[in-house]
Design a protein around this ligand. Sequence first.
Ligand SMILES: *Cc1c(COP(=O)(O)O)cnc(C)c1O
Length: 395
Amino acid sequence: MTYNINTKGFYGQFGGAFIPEMLHSNIERLQKNYREITGSPAFKAEFDNLMRDYVGRPSPLYFAPNLSKLYGAQIYLKREDLNHTGSHKINNTIGQILLAKHIGKTRIIAETGAGQHGVATATVCALMGIECLVYMGATDIKRQAPNVSRMKMLGAKVIPATSGSQTLKDATNEAIRDWINNPVDTHYIIGSVVGPHPYPDMVARFQSVISEEMKWQLKAQTGNENPDYILACVGGGSNAAGAIYHYIDEPSVKIALTEAAGKGIDSGHSAATSVLGSVGIIHGSKTMLMQTPDGQIVEPYSISAGLDYPGIGPMHAHLIESGRAQVYSATDTEALDAAFELSRIEGIIPALETAHGFAVLKKMTFKPDDVVVINLSGRGDKDLATYIQHDPNVQ
Ligand SMILES: *Cc1c(COP(=O)(O)O)cnc(C)c1O
Protein backbone atom coordinates (compact mmCIF):
# COMPACT_ATOMS: atom_id res chain seq x y z
CA MET A 1 0.00 0.00 0.00
CA THR A 2 1.33 3.42 -0.91
CA TYR A 3 -0.14 6.55 0.56
CA ASN A 4 1.61 8.81 -1.91
CA ILE A 5 0.53 10.04 -5.34
CA ASN A 6 1.16 8.11 -8.54
CA THR A 7 2.56 9.83 -11.64
CA LYS A 8 -0.89 11.16 -12.60
CA GLY A 9 -1.47 12.72 -9.19
CA PHE A 10 -3.80 10.05 -7.76
CA TYR A 11 -3.85 8.81 -4.17
CA GLY A 12 -5.53 5.42 -4.76
CA GLN A 13 -8.73 6.34 -6.64
CA PHE A 14 -8.65 9.99 -5.46
CA GLY A 15 -7.00 13.09 -6.89
CA GLY A 16 -6.02 13.80 -10.50
CA ALA A 17 -6.62 17.03 -12.40
CA PHE A 18 -10.13 17.62 -13.77
CA ILE A 19 -9.83 21.09 -15.18
CA PRO A 20 -11.23 23.32 -17.92
CA GLU A 21 -9.24 23.65 -21.16
CA MET A 22 -8.25 27.25 -20.34
CA LEU A 23 -6.20 26.11 -17.36
CA HIS A 24 -4.37 23.23 -19.03
CA SER A 25 -1.15 25.07 -19.85
CA ASN A 26 -0.85 26.55 -16.32
CA ILE A 27 -1.55 23.28 -14.56
CA GLU A 28 0.59 21.22 -16.92
CA ARG A 29 3.51 23.58 -16.40
CA LEU A 30 3.16 23.28 -12.64
CA GLN A 31 2.88 19.48 -12.87
CA LYS A 32 6.04 19.24 -14.95
CA ASN A 33 8.17 21.65 -12.92
CA TYR A 34 7.09 21.91 -9.29
CA ARG A 35 9.31 19.11 -7.97
CA GLU A 36 12.39 20.34 -9.78
CA ILE A 37 11.91 24.02 -8.82
CA THR A 38 11.05 23.41 -5.17
CA GLY A 39 13.78 20.79 -4.86
CA SER A 40 16.58 23.05 -6.11
CA PRO A 41 19.22 24.14 -3.55
CA ALA A 42 18.56 27.85 -4.25
CA PHE A 43 14.80 27.47 -3.67
CA LYS A 44 15.36 25.45 -0.50
CA ALA A 45 17.82 27.98 0.90
CA GLU A 46 15.39 30.87 0.36
CA PHE A 47 12.46 28.85 1.76
CA ASP A 48 14.43 27.77 4.85
CA ASN A 49 15.65 31.32 5.52
CA LEU A 50 12.14 32.76 5.42
CA MET A 51 10.81 29.89 7.55
CA ARG A 52 13.39 30.67 10.22
CA ASP A 53 13.64 34.46 10.24
CA TYR A 54 10.23 35.57 8.94
CA VAL A 55 7.84 32.84 10.15
CA GLY A 56 9.76 32.05 13.35
CA ARG A 57 10.33 28.33 12.81
CA PRO A 58 10.86 25.83 14.25
CA SER A 59 7.52 26.15 16.03
CA PRO A 60 7.81 24.77 19.58
CA LEU A 61 6.62 21.31 20.60
CA TYR A 62 5.06 22.01 23.98
CA PHE A 63 4.34 19.34 26.63
CA ALA A 64 0.92 20.31 28.01
CA PRO A 65 0.96 19.21 31.67
CA ASN A 66 -2.61 20.09 32.59
CA LEU A 67 -4.20 18.60 29.49
CA SER A 68 -2.04 15.48 29.98
CA LYS A 69 -3.29 15.07 33.55
CA LEU A 70 -6.91 15.59 32.55
CA TYR A 71 -6.89 13.00 29.75
CA GLY A 72 -4.38 10.51 31.21
CA ALA A 73 -1.76 10.60 28.43
CA GLN A 74 1.45 12.45 27.51
CA ILE A 75 0.02 15.27 25.39
CA TYR A 76 2.23 17.52 23.27
CA LEU A 77 1.08 20.54 21.25
CA LYS A 78 2.77 21.48 17.98
CA ARG A 79 2.54 25.26 18.19
CA GLU A 80 1.69 26.40 14.64
CA ASP A 81 -0.39 29.13 16.35
CA LEU A 82 2.89 30.90 17.15
CA ASN A 83 3.87 31.31 13.48
CA HIS A 84 3.84 34.78 11.92
CA THR A 85 0.19 35.53 10.93
CA GLY A 86 -1.10 32.98 13.44
CA SER A 87 -1.44 29.62 11.73
CA HIS A 88 0.22 26.94 9.60
CA LYS A 89 -1.05 28.62 6.39
CA ILE A 90 2.09 30.75 6.02
CA ASN A 91 4.27 27.64 5.41
CA ASN A 92 2.40 27.04 2.15
CA THR A 93 2.06 30.67 1.01
CA ILE A 94 5.81 31.24 1.34
CA GLY A 95 6.48 28.15 -0.74
CA GLN A 96 3.98 29.13 -3.40
CA ILE A 97 5.00 32.79 -3.65
CA LEU A 98 8.61 31.71 -4.24
CA LEU A 99 7.36 29.31 -6.91
CA ALA A 100 5.22 32.05 -8.53
CA LYS A 101 8.22 34.38 -8.64
CA HIS A 102 10.31 31.61 -10.17
CA ILE A 103 7.84 31.02 -13.03
CA GLY A 104 7.46 34.75 -13.66
CA LYS A 105 3.91 35.43 -12.39
CA THR A 106 3.09 39.02 -11.46
CA ARG A 107 -0.40 38.72 -10.00
CA ILE A 108 -1.58 36.48 -7.14
CA ILE A 109 -5.10 35.32 -6.37
CA ALA A 110 -6.32 33.24 -3.45
CA GLU A 111 -9.50 32.00 -1.82
CA THR A 112 -10.01 32.15 1.93
CA GLY A 113 -12.47 30.83 4.51
CA ALA A 114 -11.45 31.91 8.00
CA GLY A 115 -9.17 34.51 6.45
CA GLN A 116 -5.96 32.85 7.68
CA HIS A 117 -4.95 31.81 4.16
CA GLY A 118 -5.95 35.24 2.85
CA VAL A 119 -3.86 37.00 5.50
CA ALA A 120 -0.89 34.70 4.87
CA THR A 121 -1.17 35.34 1.12
CA ALA A 122 -1.54 39.11 1.53
CA THR A 123 1.49 39.03 3.83
CA VAL A 124 3.84 37.27 1.42
CA CYS A 125 2.59 39.42 -1.49
CA ALA A 126 3.43 42.55 0.52
CA LEU A 127 6.86 41.08 1.24
CA MET A 128 7.50 40.33 -2.44
CA GLY A 129 5.77 43.41 -3.85
CA ILE A 130 3.24 41.45 -5.90
CA GLU A 131 -0.42 42.40 -6.57
CA CYS A 132 -2.85 40.35 -4.45
CA LEU A 133 -6.59 39.61 -4.76
CA VAL A 134 -8.39 37.48 -2.17
CA TYR A 135 -11.84 35.97 -2.77
CA MET A 136 -13.87 35.46 0.40
CA GLY A 137 -17.49 34.40 1.01
CA ALA A 138 -19.73 37.25 2.13
CA THR A 139 -20.77 35.21 5.20
CA ASP A 140 -17.13 34.73 6.16
CA ILE A 141 -16.34 38.42 5.63
CA LYS A 142 -18.86 39.13 8.40
CA ARG A 143 -17.74 36.44 10.87
CA GLN A 144 -13.97 36.96 10.42
CA ALA A 145 -13.82 40.76 10.39
CA PRO A 146 -10.38 41.13 12.03
CA ASN A 147 -8.76 39.13 9.23
CA VAL A 148 -10.53 41.17 6.54
CA SER A 149 -9.06 44.34 8.07
CA ARG A 150 -5.62 42.71 8.19
CA MET A 151 -5.71 41.76 4.51
CA LYS A 152 -6.70 45.29 3.55
CA MET A 153 -3.98 46.82 5.69
CA LEU A 154 -1.46 44.53 3.97
CA GLY A 155 -2.53 45.96 0.63
CA ALA A 156 -4.68 43.10 -0.70
CA LYS A 157 -8.02 43.55 -2.42
CA VAL A 158 -10.76 41.47 -0.75
CA ILE A 159 -13.55 40.45 -3.14
CA PRO A 160 -16.81 39.10 -1.66
CA ALA A 161 -18.26 35.86 -3.10
CA THR A 162 -22.04 36.19 -2.99
CA SER A 163 -23.26 32.87 -4.45
CA GLY A 164 -24.38 29.70 -2.58
CA SER A 165 -23.79 29.71 1.16
CA GLN A 166 -21.29 32.58 0.59
CA THR A 167 -18.48 30.61 2.23
CA LEU A 168 -15.24 28.87 1.25
CA LYS A 169 -16.59 26.75 -1.61
CA ASP A 170 -18.07 29.85 -3.27
CA ALA A 171 -14.86 31.84 -2.81
CA THR A 172 -12.95 28.96 -4.45
CA ASN A 173 -15.34 29.00 -7.44
CA GLU A 174 -14.73 32.74 -7.89
CA ALA A 175 -10.96 32.34 -7.66
CA ILE A 176 -10.99 29.58 -10.30
CA ARG A 177 -13.13 31.81 -12.55
CA ASP A 178 -10.58 34.63 -12.17
CA TRP A 179 -7.73 32.25 -13.06
CA ILE A 180 -9.53 31.05 -16.18
CA ASN A 181 -9.83 34.71 -17.26
CA ASN A 182 -6.22 35.59 -16.39
CA PRO A 183 -4.17 32.48 -17.09
CA VAL A 184 -0.97 34.15 -18.28
CA ASP A 185 0.15 36.58 -15.56
CA THR A 186 -1.64 35.05 -12.55
CA HIS A 187 -0.72 32.32 -10.07
CA TYR A 188 -3.51 30.88 -7.93
CA ILE A 189 -2.27 30.12 -4.39
CA ILE A 190 -4.62 27.39 -3.17
CA GLY A 191 -4.69 27.28 0.63
CA SER A 192 -5.12 23.59 1.32
CA VAL A 193 -4.37 20.11 -0.02
CA VAL A 194 -7.28 20.39 -2.45
CA GLY A 195 -7.67 21.27 -6.13
CA PRO A 196 -6.12 19.66 -9.20
CA HIS A 197 -2.78 17.83 -9.19
CA PRO A 198 -0.13 19.06 -8.34
CA TYR A 199 -1.69 21.27 -5.65
CA PRO A 200 -2.49 18.58 -3.04
CA ASP A 201 1.03 17.14 -3.22
CA MET A 202 2.72 20.54 -3.51
CA VAL A 203 0.88 21.99 -0.49
CA ALA A 204 1.50 18.82 1.56
CA ARG A 205 5.23 19.10 0.81
CA PHE A 206 5.38 22.74 1.93
CA GLN A 207 3.48 21.86 5.12
CA SER A 208 5.60 18.76 5.77
CA VAL A 209 8.04 20.99 7.67
CA ILE A 210 5.63 20.44 10.62
CA SER A 211 6.29 16.69 10.96
CA GLU A 212 9.93 17.11 9.96
CA GLU A 213 10.39 19.25 13.10
CA MET A 214 8.15 17.01 15.23
CA LYS A 215 10.49 14.07 14.63
CA TRP A 216 13.59 15.66 16.14
CA GLN A 217 11.63 17.55 18.79
CA LEU A 218 9.95 14.34 20.02
CA LYS A 219 13.28 12.50 19.94
CA ALA A 220 14.83 15.22 22.12
CA GLN A 221 11.92 15.33 24.58
CA THR A 222 10.79 11.68 24.80
CA GLY A 223 13.71 9.70 23.37
CA ASN A 224 11.53 8.40 20.52
CA GLU A 225 10.77 10.27 17.29
CA ASN A 226 7.45 8.44 16.85
CA PRO A 227 4.36 9.38 18.89
CA ASP A 228 1.49 6.93 19.46
CA TYR A 229 -1.11 9.33 18.10
CA ILE A 230 -1.27 12.44 15.93
CA LEU A 231 -4.49 14.48 16.11
CA ALA A 232 -5.49 17.27 13.73
CA CYS A 233 -8.60 19.02 12.46
CA VAL A 234 -9.44 18.74 8.76
CA GLY A 235 -10.97 21.34 6.51
CA GLY A 236 -9.24 20.57 3.23
CA GLY A 237 -6.53 18.87 5.24
CA SER A 238 -3.31 20.87 4.92
CA ASN A 239 -2.37 21.19 8.60
CA ALA A 240 -3.14 17.48 9.08
CA ALA A 241 -1.12 16.60 5.96
CA GLY A 242 1.88 18.50 7.32
CA ALA A 243 1.59 16.94 10.77
CA ILE A 244 1.46 13.35 9.47
CA TYR A 245 3.59 13.64 6.31
CA HIS A 246 6.73 11.98 7.66
CA TYR A 247 4.76 9.40 9.67
CA ILE A 248 2.42 8.03 6.99
CA ASP A 249 4.51 4.92 6.39
CA GLU A 250 4.99 4.31 10.13
CA PRO A 251 1.98 2.12 11.07
CA SER A 252 2.64 2.39 14.84
CA VAL A 253 1.73 6.09 14.64
CA LYS A 254 -2.07 6.28 14.73
CA ILE A 255 -3.73 9.17 12.90
CA ALA A 256 -6.96 10.80 14.14
CA LEU A 257 -8.55 13.38 11.85
CA THR A 258 -11.46 15.54 12.97
CA GLU A 259 -14.10 17.05 10.74
CA ALA A 260 -16.69 19.66 11.67
CA ALA A 261 -20.09 18.15 12.48
CA GLY A 262 -21.71 21.60 12.73
CA LYS A 263 -25.07 21.27 14.52
CA GLY A 264 -24.76 17.45 14.36
CA ILE A 265 -24.02 14.95 11.59
CA ASP A 266 -27.69 14.23 10.88
CA SER A 267 -28.91 17.79 11.41
CA GLY A 268 -28.63 18.91 7.80
CA HIS A 269 -26.18 21.59 9.00
CA SER A 270 -22.79 19.90 8.92
CA ALA A 271 -19.44 19.73 7.16
CA ALA A 272 -18.55 16.12 8.09
CA THR A 273 -17.51 15.34 4.53
CA SER A 274 -16.11 11.84 4.83
CA VAL A 275 -19.20 10.58 6.72
CA LEU A 276 -21.85 12.38 4.66
CA GLY A 277 -20.00 12.45 1.34
CA SER A 278 -19.61 10.23 -1.68
CA VAL A 279 -17.07 10.09 -4.51
CA GLY A 280 -17.26 12.97 -6.95
CA ILE A 281 -15.31 15.85 -8.44
CA ILE A 282 -14.92 19.23 -6.78
CA HIS A 283 -12.56 22.05 -7.67
CA GLY A 284 -10.57 19.91 -10.10
CA SER A 285 -10.06 16.87 -7.90
CA LYS A 286 -11.77 13.49 -7.53
CA THR A 287 -12.47 13.07 -3.84
CA MET A 288 -15.14 12.65 -1.16
CA LEU A 289 -17.69 15.45 -1.17
CA MET A 290 -21.15 16.25 0.11
CA GLN A 291 -23.57 16.02 -2.83
CA THR A 292 -27.16 15.14 -3.70
CA PRO A 293 -27.84 11.87 -5.58
CA ASP A 294 -27.78 13.85 -8.85
CA GLY A 295 -24.42 15.46 -8.09
CA GLN A 296 -25.39 18.91 -6.80
CA ILE A 297 -23.11 20.08 -4.03
CA VAL A 298 -24.78 20.19 -0.62
CA GLU A 299 -24.17 23.48 1.20
CA PRO A 300 -21.91 22.75 4.17
CA TYR A 301 -22.21 24.33 7.60
CA SER A 302 -19.79 24.81 10.48
CA ILE A 303 -19.37 27.54 13.09
CA SER A 304 -15.75 27.61 11.96
CA ALA A 305 -15.17 29.27 8.59
CA GLY A 306 -11.98 27.28 7.93
CA LEU A 307 -13.76 23.90 8.14
CA ASP A 308 -16.92 25.00 6.30
CA TYR A 309 -16.11 23.15 3.05
CA PRO A 310 -18.07 20.32 1.35
CA GLY A 311 -14.97 18.38 0.23
CA ILE A 312 -11.80 16.90 1.69
CA GLY A 313 -8.34 16.63 0.13
CA PRO A 314 -7.77 13.47 -1.98
CA MET A 315 -4.88 12.41 0.26
CA HIS A 316 -7.20 12.23 3.26
CA ALA A 317 -10.02 10.56 1.32
CA HIS A 318 -7.50 7.82 0.53
CA LEU A 319 -6.09 7.60 4.08
CA ILE A 320 -9.62 7.23 5.45
CA GLU A 321 -10.82 4.75 2.79
CA SER A 322 -7.74 2.57 3.28
CA GLY A 323 -8.14 2.60 7.07
CA ARG A 324 -4.77 4.30 7.66
CA ALA A 325 -6.49 7.25 9.36
CA GLN A 326 -9.42 7.22 11.80
CA VAL A 327 -11.95 9.97 11.24
CA TYR A 328 -13.85 11.70 14.02
CA SER A 329 -16.17 14.68 14.08
CA ALA A 330 -16.92 17.45 16.57
CA THR A 331 -20.00 19.66 16.73
CA ASP A 332 -19.94 23.45 17.11
CA THR A 333 -20.72 23.05 20.81
CA GLU A 334 -18.04 20.41 21.39
CA ALA A 335 -15.46 22.61 19.64
CA LEU A 336 -16.45 25.67 21.71
CA ASP A 337 -16.17 23.61 24.93
CA ALA A 338 -12.72 22.39 23.89
CA ALA A 339 -11.60 25.96 23.11
CA PHE A 340 -12.70 27.21 26.56
CA GLU A 341 -11.05 24.22 28.25
CA LEU A 342 -7.70 24.75 26.52
CA SER A 343 -7.81 28.48 27.27
CA ARG A 344 -8.50 27.97 30.98
CA ILE A 345 -6.17 25.06 31.73
CA GLU A 346 -3.20 25.73 29.44
CA GLY A 347 -3.56 29.47 28.81
CA ILE A 348 -3.78 29.01 25.05
CA ILE A 349 -6.73 30.36 23.05
CA PRO A 350 -6.95 28.22 19.90
CA ALA A 351 -8.60 28.99 16.57
CA LEU A 352 -12.13 27.56 16.28
CA GLU A 353 -10.91 25.18 13.56
CA THR A 354 -8.13 23.89 15.82
CA ALA A 355 -10.56 23.44 18.73
CA HIS A 356 -12.35 20.70 16.75
CA GLY A 357 -9.16 18.62 16.89
CA PHE A 358 -9.02 19.01 20.68
CA ALA A 359 -12.70 18.06 21.14
CA VAL A 360 -12.00 14.42 20.23
CA LEU A 361 -9.77 13.94 23.30
CA LYS A 362 -13.07 13.23 25.10
CA LYS A 363 -13.96 10.53 22.55
CA MET A 364 -10.68 8.59 22.66
CA THR A 365 -9.11 6.36 25.32
CA PHE A 366 -5.39 6.46 26.03
CA LYS A 367 -2.89 4.51 28.09
CA PRO A 368 -1.01 6.70 30.61
CA ASP A 369 2.28 6.54 28.72
CA ASP A 370 0.80 7.10 25.25
CA VAL A 371 2.47 10.03 23.51
CA VAL A 372 -0.16 12.15 21.77
CA VAL A 373 0.68 15.10 19.52
CA ILE A 374 -2.07 17.56 18.69
CA ASN A 375 -1.39 19.95 15.85
CA LEU A 376 -2.33 23.37 17.24
CA SER A 377 -2.98 24.78 13.77
CA GLY A 378 -3.84 28.36 14.72
CA ARG A 379 -4.59 30.97 17.35
CA GLY A 380 -7.98 32.30 18.33
CA ASP A 381 -7.66 36.08 18.01
CA LYS A 382 -9.79 36.07 14.87
CA ASP A 383 -12.55 34.14 16.70
CA LEU A 384 -12.87 36.29 19.79
CA ALA A 385 -16.26 37.71 18.76
CA THR A 386 -17.65 34.16 18.40
CA TYR A 387 -16.14 33.08 21.71
CA ILE A 388 -17.53 36.08 23.58
CA GLN A 389 -20.96 35.40 22.12
CA HIS A 390 -20.92 31.81 23.42
CA ASP A 391 -19.18 32.07 26.77
CA PRO A 392 -21.46 32.80 29.74
CA ASN A 393 -18.42 33.77 31.85
CA VAL A 394 -17.26 36.38 29.33
CA GLN A 395 -20.67 38.02 28.96
C1 LIG B 1 -7.45 27.04 7.40
C2 LIG B 1 -7.33 26.48 8.73
C3 LIG B 1 -7.66 25.12 9.01
C4 LIG B 1 -8.27 24.22 8.00
O1 LIG B 1 -7.54 23.99 6.85
P1 LIG B 1 -6.66 22.70 6.62
O2 LIG B 1 -6.20 22.82 5.22
O3 LIG B 1 -7.55 21.51 6.83
O4 LIG B 1 -5.55 22.73 7.60
C5 LIG B 1 -7.42 24.63 10.28
N1 LIG B 1 -6.92 25.44 11.26
C6 LIG B 1 -6.62 26.73 11.04
C7 LIG B 1 -6.09 27.54 12.16
C8 LIG B 1 -6.82 27.29 9.78
O5 LIG B 1 -6.50 28.57 9.58
